[in-house]
Design a protein around this ligand. Structure first.
Ligand SMILES: Nc1ccn([C@@H]2O[C@H](COP(=O)(O)OP(=O)(O)OP(=O)(O)O)[C@@H](O)[C@H]2O)c(=O)n1
Ligand SMILES: C[C@](O)(CO)[C@H](O)COP(=O)(O)O
Length: 233
């Protein structure tokens, strides 16, 4: 099936509390260049021509989302997320028809570009099983011991940072994720659920500035990237 016929739904897990950020409000509502991070991420996905729908998972007590400009967008719907990121993704997947492809992208990654989304979608010709954006590890990698000392140097050949979006057929992702969660398998991204089921997702080199805003110093970095990044729409 060529990509012009692939129906793509973007799934945005945004039900976290941002504990590592330690801010007064969930990090997805902190502002960069005067815009909430979630607004930046949703706008990026809603304006991409190959994304038909966007589903966002929200915390049950989320009182911020309704005030976002994007909240009333006709292509967008929201669901209540779960205890872990994977539960939130599954809650979104349960709202999607089987003939879609799910492109799962963290709310906390607002620096994604349309060009990288196109790269990922185009990669399905090579990786019909699904694929993820990833960034090759550049630094020498160390494993530390419990005393904070170097235990070993880890070979960085073939090591990648998994990014998002991660793009898979809705049916296999939903089934594999549901089974893995039921068996209490540790799932931190969509690819790990697919790997658990024996699938080898494709790795597509994405921009290293597609960072996940996790700690306070990530905010300034993201602001820098967004002020110098390519226009997305
Ligand atoms: N139960 C959860 C937990 C996380 N997320 C989302 O998954 C993305 C990546 O998770 P992470 O960066 O860990 O966000 P938080 O869980 O909010 O951060 P922390 O672990 O520091 O609390 C975020 O957009 C977050 O909102 C979610 O939808 N549902
Ligand atoms: C999905 C992810 O962004 C890929 O790197 C990452 O696994 C999310 O992890 P988190 O602990 O939920 O931030």
């Amino acid at each position: 099936m060529n990509d012009s016929r692939k129906k793509i739904v973007a799934i945005v897990p945004a039900a976290g509390i941002g504990s590592r950020m330690g801010a007064e409000l969930p990090k997805q509502y902190l502002k960069i260049a005067d815009k909430p991070i979630l607004s930046l991420t949703l706008h990026l996905l809603l304006t991409h021509p190959r994304v038909e729908r966007v589903i966002v998972a929200l915390h049950p007590q989320d009182s911020y989302f309704s005030s976002l400009a994007e909240a009333s967008h006709p292509k967008l719907e929201s669901v209540i997320g779960g205890d872990e990121r994977a539960d939130s993704v599954l809650a979104c997947l349960n709202r999607v028809d089987d003939d879609y492809w799910a492109m799962v992208h963290d709310a906390a990654r607002p620096c994604l570009t349309h060009n990288d989304i196109d790269k990922l979608i185009d990669s399905l010709a090579l990786f019909p099983q699904g694929a993820i954006l990833a960034s090759p590890v550049r630094d020498t990698m160390k494993r530390g011991d419990k005393q904070g000392r170097i235990e070993q140097t880890v070979c960085r050949e073939q090591l990648w940072h998994a990014l998002t979006p991660q793009l898979f057929p809705v049916t296999s992702l939903r089934d594999n994720l549901a089974k893995a969660l039921m068996l209490k398998v540790n799932i931190t991204d969509e690819a790990s659920a697919m790997e658990w089921a024996g699938v080898a997702p494709g790795l597509v080199t994405g921009r290293a500035d597609n960072i996940k805003i996790t700690h306070p110093d990530d905010l300034r970095l993201a602001e820098l990237f967004l002020s110098h990044g390519e226009p997305n729409s």
